[in-house]
Design a protein around this ligand. Structure first.
Ligand SMILES: [Zn+2]
Length: 136
């Protein structure tokens, strides 16, 4: 399945550098003690930019809900329809959510509530992205 190829900017380069090393790091705000994803230039809760640091997480989560994309408008994804779009909640901070196509899980067969773990897929030479896979 073709995926969007990320283009790192200065503020999110540590995130993509870690993904390329098969590690998941999230921003942690020392002012309000929150993890945040996706990376942003400031804390989305308190607005601080001085207290944002990078923290490695274990990459374990659970499937909160999902939909199946049947008639999406992204041309490059149309050949793959229907495909899953699941919302994954991070175990270490359940306010942090990720969206995943759940590679390995057929469309409409998503086990809501199941445990998932982060996995990494190469989308361009040397460029990985993070995805999520159901833990058996
Ligand atoms: Zn904050």
């Amino acid at each position: 399945m073709p995926k969007l190829i990320p283009v790192a900017e200065e503020f999110n380069k540590p995130f993509w550098d870690a993904v390329n090393a098969k590690r998941l790091v999230l921003q942690h705000c020392g002012a309000c003690n929150k993890l945040q994803y996706p990376p942003q230039k400031t804390c989305q809760v308190c607005g601080s930019d001085a207290k944002l640091t990078w923290k490695e997480v274990k990459g374990k989560g659970h499937i909160a809900t999902y939909i199946v994309i049947e008639d999406g408008r992204l041309n490059r994804r149309m050949p793959d329809q229907p495909y899953n779009l699941a919302m994954v909640t991070l175990d270490e901070d359940t306010t942090v959510n990720f969206y995943s196509n759940l590679p390995g899980t057929p469309p409409y067969k998503v086990p809501v509530g199941a445990a998932v773990e982060v996995t990494f897929e190469e989308v361009a030479p040397g460029q990985l992205i993070h995805e999520w896979r159901v833990v058996n």
